[in-house]
Each structure stands twice: as structure tokens, then as C-alpha cells.
Design a protein around this ligand. Structure first.
Ligand SMILES: Cc1cc2nc3c(=O)[nH]c(=O)nc-3n(C[C@H](O)[C@H](O)[C@H](O)COP(=O)(O)OP(=O)(O)OC[C@H]3O[C@@H](n4cnc5c(N)ncnc54)[C@H](O)[C@@H]3O)c2cc1C
Length: 503
């Protein structure tokens, strides 16, 4: 959909461009949200400060299983899998928790650098009706009862029904909305860079009381990626070559003649979470809503999944089929998920200290984490395959991710995820064809009669009883489970997808 250009009738000049949703920030969270909104036929614009999608530094090194699944739900996981390396990367302490026995088509993490992830995402949203304004910044906004006036650095007046801050950990949107960001200050900081050296660096990774340090030769043979932990948490702002030199000298006694940096970044274990994910017509997703140390590599995955949770809800509110209260479920569902990830990363950073007592704790914890039940629980948490949104009491599937089962349908064999590519809600009738009637929601909810040969097994939980029907939200989570009748189905349809259309 095109944004609406409003003309000033007095002189015919363009006074304002209006979009249903404006997203500040075109990183992974912003791009995923833009895709979700575009698939839901919402008029969306992204404002991104960078001149294009190219990311100067590498940042995240991969995505975990549930994130691969949500990309699979939209039919684009293969694009990422083709450029990455599948690996077992769910770790706790020093233990890698192999999850190859998890009941998912993707029982692994995918090692792929963030610049590649963003390149693939940018190519995907270029195929969708998304307006992207590169090279511009959101500098402020003012919200009223009907929308948000968004101020841009180039002065273009923009108005949106909703504004979403996907503008990273230092989010201007979060600050301007007055949203508290409680948590914990940094206790450590790392410098990461790509540089050339005049001296050969030592092989391997060094651990000391400060943290981890190491060099990795890049494929061009002359550039090295270097990571080091600073002796004291570094100041805010952009790090310099001198900062890196001093940090290396403190560890190795020399800086190996670092020069010609391609990029230098600093990351810390500052751990904070937005107190509210929505204030009126302004929402937050991704790092704008939560920041933590990258140990465990969950940040990017959390942001992508925030976007998948928010996108369809915002679409239903924007098109008027649902009340604004639907947006409250975004905070209710996603805030606890990030809160537990923050707790996990804080535990991880504590375990990375290298004094003798912490080493003893790591050994004890690692022994525990390698046992079957703790392994499953921790891998379920890190992969996000264990998420259960609280949608009431009932069948274990309620509020959990729908497994990507093989189905037999009138159109032949299909996977469940094939039916979610358009981001539309789905009622899967696995009982007698025709025993469920959703005519009053047929304009919004697709219904498919199907059968599935085989069991139902959920990650961490194990085998569950086979339902006769499931109502699946566009984000792939189960909103209602049938046990032979339609009890509760109209209520679930109305709760998530709006009131019935009159006959
Ligand atoms: C060294 C390092 C390693 C990491 N490793 C991992 C890992 O292995 N796995 C993992 O999942 N995560 C990892 N992370 C975290 C991951 O990089 C972030 O969680 C992720 O980038 C967050 O995505 P986002 O879209 O929310 O925010 P960002 O990626 O920060 O994107 C925000 C975007 O908004 C733009 N922007 C900011 N302000 C404005 C404005 N006012 N107007 C317009 N545009 C604006 C920025 O230019 C940027 O493109 C790592 C991070 C670092 C630093």
C-alpha cells in the first residue's frame, strides 16, 4: 500500500505524508516488523539513519532455532540457511547443549553474521510493499488521539497512526516517550574490531580475570578480527584505535601494531529492559526494548520474535477489526520472554569470571547442564522453542508454538508452516471435515481440513495428546485447541481476530 500524501489546499504543496505505521530503525527488528506489516497489507514506512542496509561491523553471529522457524513460517528460512552454517550453539557455562534431538525441523542454531542477515532481510522486504527512507533520522515525535507526528532530520513531515521504535539500545523513541529503562549498569566492556597488524598475534583464545581476548585471521589473509575485554568498563561513545591499543597492551604487553581499522565497536554487559513496550500509539521492539551482554547470542533473535508477535496485532488494530487493547497483549507476552533472557545472560556473564571460585561454580553448573533434563530446559530457553504465552488453562499446546507437522490436505501434502506464509490466522481442522463452522470470521481466518499421521511432540515437554483442531495465530502460536467440539472457539476467534461479521 502507498502512503497517503496530503496536499496543502492553499498552494498545492505537499504538507504531510501519512502512513498507517512508521518504524524508526531498519535493523533486524525493524525490517522483520516491516515485512510482517506488509504481508498483513498495512501501509508501512521505515526510517533508517544509515544510507543503506549495509552494516559496517559484524555484530551478531547467528540466530537460534525458533527464529529460524519464524522465518520458515514466512517461507524465507532457506535464504538464511543457504548462507549460514548450522551448529550447536546453545551454551551455558562451558557446556554446549546439543539440541539435535529436539522435535523441530531446525534442531540447531545458524551461524551467520548480522551483516549477512540484514542483507538477506533487506532483499526480502524490497520484494514487499514497504517504503524505506534511508539516510534519515527520526528526531522526535508528538502523539495525539488519532496519530503521531514524526519529525525527520530532513524536515519531511510524516504522520502515522502508530510509531514503533526499533531504533536500538540507545532508542530515541524510548527516551522521547518517557519510558523507563530499569536494569543494571555495565560491569565489563569488550572491544571488537577488524584491523591489520604488523606483528603476528598469539594463536587461540586467552581467558584471564578481566575476560576473554583473541585474534582471528579473516579470509583475506591480512585483516584480523580482534576481541578483547577492557580492564575497566569503557566510556560511552565510539571507541578509538587508541582505546583498542591500550586494551591490548594491558593484556598482551603489546598491541601487535594494529592499524587501518575497518571498524571498531564496544559492547558491554549493561542489562536493561523497558518498563513498558507501549505508551499510547508508540511501541518498542528489539534492542530498543531490551539490552544485554551478547553471551548466548539471543539479542537479534529476541527482536525478530518481538516483531512477529507485534506485526499481526498492529495490523488488526490498524484495519479496525480489533480494539487497541489487543496491543496490550504484546507487552504481556513479550516482556517476560526478554526478562528471562536478561536473567540468563547475567548468569552467563557471572560464570565467565575467571577467579578460582567462579571456575568451581562453572564446573558444578556445567555438570548439571549436561544432564538430560537441565540440558533440555536450558536449550529450550535459549532457542525460544519452549515459549508459552499465558492464554488460559487447557491443553499443553495452548499458547505454545505450533509444530511444523506434515499434513495431508485436499491440495495434497503440505507442512503447517506452508499455510502461514501469508501471515494469516489458520484454523486447522483435524477431525471430521465440516464439523467446525467459522463463516462469521471467514474473511479473516483461513480454514483447512487436514490429517496428520504421527505423534505430537513439543520441545522440552515431550509427547502431548493429539487435538482435533487448532486455531493458530499468524505468529505461529496456538490460540485454541479442539478436543472434539467447538467449545471456546467463537470466543478465541473474537478475542484474537475481532467480532464476527454479521450474516
Ligand atoms: C559484538 C556483538 C555481538 C553480538 N552477538 C549476537 C549474537 O550472536 N546473536 C544475537 O542474537 N545478537 C547478538 N548481538 C546483539 C544484536 O546485534 C542486537 O540484538 C540486534 O542488532 C538488535 O536489532 P535491532 O533491530 O533491535 O537494533 P539495531 O540492530 O541496533 O538496529 C537499530 C537501527 O536503528 C537505526 N537508528 C537508530 N536510531 C535511529 C533514529 N533516530 N532514526 C532512524 N534510524 C535510527 C540504526 O541505524 C540501526 O540500523 C550482538 C551484538 C554485538 C554488539
Amino acid at each position: 500500500m502507498e502512503g497517503r500524501v496530503i496536499l496543502d489546499v492553499s498552494d498545492g504543496s505537499v504538507a504531510m505524508t501519512e502512513h498507517a505505521v512508521v518504524i524508526a530503525g531498519g535493523g533486524p527488528a525493524g525490517m522483520m516488523l516491516a515485512a510482517e506489516l506488509a504481508l498483513a497489507k498495512v501501509d508501512v514506512a521505515v526510517v533508517e539513519r544509515r544510507p543503506d542496509h549495509v552494516l559496517a561491523d559484524a555484530r551478531a553471529g547467528g540466530i537460534h532455532s525458533r527464529t529460524i522457524e519464524v522465518l520458515d513460517q514466512r517461507g524465507v528460512a532457506d535464504r538464511f540457511l543457504a548462507d549460514g552454517q548450522v551448529t550447536q550453539a546453545a551454551t551455558f557455562g562451558t557446556t554446549v547443549m546439543d539440541m539435535s534431538d529436539f522435535p523441530t525441523r531446525h534442531p540447531y542454531s545458524l551461524a551467520i553474521f548480522q551483516n549477512e542477515i540484514e542483507r538477506i532481510m533487506a532483499a526480502w522486504i524490497a520484494e514487499l510493499p514497504v517504503r524505506i527512507c534511508y539516510g534519515r533520522e527520526v528526531t522526535g515525535f508528538a502523539q495525539d488521539d488519532t496519530g503521531v507526528d514524526v519529525r525527520l532530520s530532513d524536515g519531511e513531515p510524516l504522520r502515522a497512526r502508530y510509531l514503533v521504535g526499533c531504533d536500538g539500545g540507545r532508542s530515541l523513541i524510548r527516551k522521547a516517550a518517557g519510558i523507563e529503562f530499569p536494569g543494571w549498569d555495565a560491569t565489563r566492556s569488550n572491544l571488537i574490531a577488524e584491523v591489520e597488524l604488523t606483528e603476528e598475534p598469539p594463536p587461540g583464545v586467552r581467558h584471564d580475570a578481566a575476560g576473554v581476548h583473541g585474534f582471528h585471521r579473516m579470509p583475506d589473509g591480512k585483516t584480523f578480527r580482534v576481541v578483547t575485554t577492557e580492564q575497566q568498563p569503557g566510556p560511552g561513545g565510539e571507541p578509538t584505535l587508541r582505546d583498542l591499543s591500550e586494551a591490548l597492551i594491558a593484556v598482551y604487553g603489546i598491541d601487535f601494531g594494529i592499524h587501518n581499522p575497518t571498524w571498531i565497536s564496544r559492547f558491554t554487559d549493561m542489562t536493561r529492559q523497558a518498563a513498558a513496550y507501549r505508551v499510547g500509539r508508540v511501541l518498542l521492539a528489539g534492542d530498543a526494548a531490551h539490552v544485554h551482554y551478547p553471551a548466548g547470542g539471543q539479542g537479534l533473535s529476541l527482536g525478530v520474535q518481538d516483531a512477529v508477535n507485534l506485526g499481526w496485532k498492529l495490523a488488526r488494530v490498524v484495519d479496525g477489526t480489533c480494539q487497541e487493547t489487543l496491543l496490550d497483549t504484546y507487552h504481556a507476552e513479550r516482556h517476560p520472554v526478554a526478562a528471562r533472557a536478561l536473567r540468563y545472560t547475567m548468569a552467563q556473564t557471572a560464570l565467565q569470571r575467571h577467579d578460582e571460585r567462579t571456575k568451581a561454580v562453572v564446573e558444578v553448573v556445567s555438570e548439571g547442564a549436561s544432564m538430560n533434563e537441565p540440558r533440555k530446559r536450558l536449550a529450550g530457553l535459549i532457542s525460544c522453542l519452549d515459549i508459552q504465552y499465558y492464554l488460559g488453562e487447557g491443553h499443553p499446546l495452548l499458547g505454545r508454538r505450533m509444530p511444523d507437522l506434515d499434513l495431508i490436505t485436499a491440495d495434497g501434502p503440505l507442512r503447517v508452516f506452508d499455510l502461514l506464509h501469508d501471515a494469516r490466522p489458520l484454523l486447522l481442522d483435524l477431525g471430521q471435515p465440516g464439523d467446525l463452522d467459522i463463516t462469521p470470521w471467514a474473511d479473516r481466518v483461513q480454514m483447512v481440513d487436514a490429517s496428520h499421521q504421527g505423534g505430537w511432540e513439543l520441545p522440552v515437554l515431550g509427547v502431548v495428546s493429539a487435538p482435533t483442531a487448532v486455531l493458530i495465530r499468524p505468529d505461529g502460536y496456538v490460540a485454541w485447541v479442539g478436543d472434539g467440539g467447538h467449545h471456546g472457539l467463537p470466543e478465541a476467534l473474537a478475542t484474537w481476530f475481532g467480532p464476527p461479521t454479521a450474516a
